[in-house]
Design a protein around this ligand. Structure first.
Ligand code: PHE
Length: 340
């Protein structure tokens, strides 16, 4: 009987069959269990002989079952490992990741360049007071410049105060001068708004303001700062600037700054060439503005400039339609290498 049972156990090929054998042998009605039951009806002498024999048989069968169980379980695991192999040659599923928008990237580049020249970053809100956006900057009520700015006005609040969406970053000059003692050396990048829309104008656009106030800051510092910035930004060894007389109520004298370049078919190369491109507005801070901001013009003077960030980005990356910046078209971002 023992040999027969061991043979049965060894030849099982899966755990279900093994369990069947176990029930057939050690189950309530199993062959070995039946024999054990038979002990009760035996004569004491016979029982003394058969008892230990049957117990030993039962133990050996149990051991054989456990051993076979280990063998079968290991075999099953090996089969599973085979089946669950990872095929590293399968194509990967793509998980497109977001990236930094070109405008944000250009803002970061600008901030980094000016930071290396010792400029801090200043900020102001998009919703400005009339005073900060216009009056303090020497643009009084009825001044034609207010019309020129195509201002978005908000409805007056309960106290009759009418805020504006800032038309330039210059109000941050005012905020900085009102809250900080000179020497001042800041840039203020941010959103600006004018009611205007075509291929080169969007109602919301971006500017970066620069302001330096100290006791003997002069035009040469302005020119040097802009040259250093433009060389770093456009990654060229030299830039030639042309300062053209202009007019801004908040600077005196005022200059429009052009950079020497060459226009190809649809492209612009900054550096040298026979063409000029207007890049920004600038000038020496008007003493009236210093006074409006509680800074003594007899002691302090300085320069300011304001540049369109979107335009700088278009020039640097060879983009031709400003509106595309704000269309959020992933294909466009990808085309300019801004998307993974
Ligand atoms: N605020 C001016 C504009 O938006 C630019 C400017 C800034 C000019 C600072 C001079 C000085 O056009």
């Amino acid at each position: 009987l023992k040999a027969d049972i061991t043979e049965q156990i060894k030849t099982t090929t899966d755990l279900v069959a093994l369990e069947d054998v176990r029930i057939a042998v050690l189950g309530k009605k199993g062959s070995v269990s039946q024999l054990m039951k038979g002990l009760g009806g035996m004569a004491p002498e016979e029982r003394q002989v058969m008892g230990p024999l049957l117990n030993a048989l039962k133990n050996e069968v149990a051991d054989a079952l456990a051993d076979q169980k280990d063998v079968l379980e290991e075999a099953e695991l090996n089969v599973r490992l085979q089946l669950e192999q990872v095929d590293v040659s399968l194509p990967v599923t793509e998980h497109p990741s977001g990236t930094v928008h070109p405008i944000s990237q250009v803002m970061d580049e600008i901030a980094e360049i000016f930071a290396s020249m010792g400029f801090a970053i200043a900020e102001g809100p998009d919703l400005e007071t009339d005073f900060n956006n216009f009056t303090a900057l020497n643009i009084p009520e009825e001044h034609p410049a207010r019309q020129m700015h195509d201002t978005f006005y908000l409805r007056p609040d309960a106290e009759g105060i009418r805020k504006v969406l800032r038309t330039h970053t210059s109000p941050v000059q005012v905020r900085t001068m009102l809250s900080q003692e000179p020497p001042i050396r800041i840039i203020a990048p941010g959103r600006t708004y004018r009611s205007d829309s075509d291929a080169t104008h969007t109602p919301m656009f971006h500017q970066v303001e620069g302001l330096v106030i100290d006791k003997d800051t002069h035009l040469g510092h302005l020119k040097g700062t802009l040259e250093t910035f433009l060389k770093a930004f456009f990654e060229v060894n030299s830039v030639t600037l042309r300062l053209r007389p202009s007019y801004f109520p908040f600077t005196e004298p005022s200059m429009e700054v052009d950079v020497q370049c060459s226009f190809g078919n649809g492209t612009v190369k900054i550096g040298d060439g026979n063409d000029w491109l207007e890049i920004l507005g600038s000038g020496m801070v008007n003493p009236k503005v210093l006074e409006n901001c509680n800074i003594d013009p007899a002691v302090y003077q300085g320069f300011a400039f304001g540049a369109g960030i979107d335009r700088l980005a278009m020039l640097k990356y060879g983009m031709n339609d400003l509106r595309a910046f704000f269309d959020a078209d992933l294909r466009w971002l990808k085309h300019y290498g801004f998307s993974a």
